[in-house]
Design a protein around this ligand. Sequence first.
Ligand SMILES: [Zn+2]
Length: 297
Amino acid sequence: MSEQGKQRWRLAPTPSGYLHIGNVYNLLLNWLWARANGGGVFLRLDDLDAGRIRSQYVEDIFRVLDFLGLDWDLGPTGPDDFAQNWSQQLRLDAYESLLCRLREKDCVFACTCSRSQLEGTGGLYPGYCERLGLDLDSPDCSWRLRITHTEDIRFQDRLLGEVALNPAEAFGSFVVKRRDGLAAYQLASLADDMQYGISHIARGMDLLPATGMQLYLSETLGLPNFHNTVFLHHDLLLEQGRKLSKSAGSQSVSLLQSHDASSLFQGFANWWGYTDFESHGGLAGLLDIARQDQRLR
Ligand SMILES: [Zn+2]
């Protein structure tokens, strides 16, 4: 029981657009996985990139969670509490101290490559700046992590089984500090997951490289706990052959204007394979089925 008390999942939407159905399914999955195991839920809003954040998107997140009936035990109670007490802008020192640690360990190098210079490299950094020894304090440079370990990053995934990612092939030298001075998503997300004791993460397969990067980073930083995280990477959310996040108009209005809760629950049940679900069962009906779901034990 005490072990169970330590388990915590997170809902981590980014308020840079209205939530789309793919976001909602991922929120539902994390919440159901947590509650089916008696685990805790932390609500985290990724607002580090302040230029992309709008207050209406923050409000939309709280409205959608309320509409679905999803609760959480830790995190902001609403938009005002979020701004005052839970914004990632309040944790810049924590991110900065991890960046300092990387610098002290000589694990980062400065990169001044422009986006166009990196076009056609398939997302893998080709190493242009690594040998130049550019000054890490020079303006307009990002910091990239040196990839010095050649062994595969390995972890167990609830759906995929054992996953092995080769650092050089799966992600290469990735950005940990952005050109504008902000910590990159990979570093901030890892720092927050460790700070708030996250033990389980369900996310889309598109974030598989991000998981590899965060595991590599946690090893470099000496944060071994992240390796105990239980991962579940689910297939890209498809509906009628399209990726949901790209479906027309999904970012322009709150999906509450065109969906009722039962259709969202039914859509989730169809996607996640809960064929026994009847839409009048609502969230409680989904949770009943989730408790029998071997993938979520
Ligand atoms: Zn470069």
